[in-house]
Design a protein around this ligand. Structure first.
Ligand code: URA
Length: 220
């Protein structure tokens, strides 16, 4: 009966259910349990679970979408091209990445093969729902002063599918999952800007949004 209630969906021989999260206040225990998560089919094609990184009580938690190719291989969040630009922006905003908790809404890399390359695929609402108990557990244990949602998928994981980053970015928001939330663009969007001028403008806005989050975390 309990199993039934935890099931989200079944399709093409695959099953999605809510991740089974241990009741613990230890990030190490959560991480170890997440390493064996099979709540959605993504674990089948991923190298490993990429759990969040950082300390309990971090003033800021950064929430991305899902690990990319480099993160999947290394087991750490935001270590690829998006991570490089994120690191640069954090430094410019005056935020020490080592003092921040960094995680993703989905903990396995979702991809499709194109030749020899593994191309990122957007996680579905079923993938997000299956993985959500891990995020809830991270928020419960880390209790960040401010949660920063990087991009639409992260923001929609917190506020629902109607949320629009373009309308709400850089504002101090509230949610049931985290008392203070700031949404901004995903750092990979900065890499996709068509020209140098828009790259510079978007990067400056991104740094500004990170500063809003930092200021809010200090005002606690
Ligand atoms: N993009 C994300 O959303 N998260 C990562 O960890 C890397 C790239």
């Amino acid at each position: 009966m309990k199993e039934r209630a935890r099931k989200i969906a079944t399709s093409n021989g695959n099953e999605w259910r809510l991740a089974d999260v241990p009741e613990t206040s230890s990030l190490t225990t959560l991480r170890a349990a997440a390493a064996h998560c099979t709540a959605c089919p993504l674990y089948k094609n991923a190298t490993q679970t990429v759990f969040g990184e950082g300390r309990k009580g971090a003033a800021l938690m950064l929430l991305g979408e899902q690990p990319g190719d480099r993160e999947d291989l290394s087991g750490k969040p935001f270590v690829g091209p998006a991570g490089n630009i994120l690191n640069r922006a954090l430094e410019e905003a005056g935020i020490d990445r080592n003092a921040v908790y960094v995680t993703n809404a989905v903990k396995h890399f979702k991809w499709e093969a194109r030749g020899k390359r593994r191309i990122h695929q957007k996680p579905s609402s079923r993938d997000l729902a299956a993985c959500r108990p891990w995020l809830e557990a991270e928020l419960r244990v880390v209790r960040p002063g401010v949660l920063v949602c990087l991009g639409a998928t992260a923001a929609q994981a917190i506020f629902g599918s109607g949320f629009r980053v373009t309308r709400e970015r850089g504002k101090l928001l509230r949610s049931q999952l985290a008392p203070r939330v700031v949404a901004t663009v995903h750092p990979s969007s900065l890499l996709r800007q068509p020209d140098e001028e828009s790259r510079r403008r978007e990067y400056a806005l991104f740094v500004e949004d990170l500063r809003v989050a930092l200021d809010a975390s200090r005002a606690e």
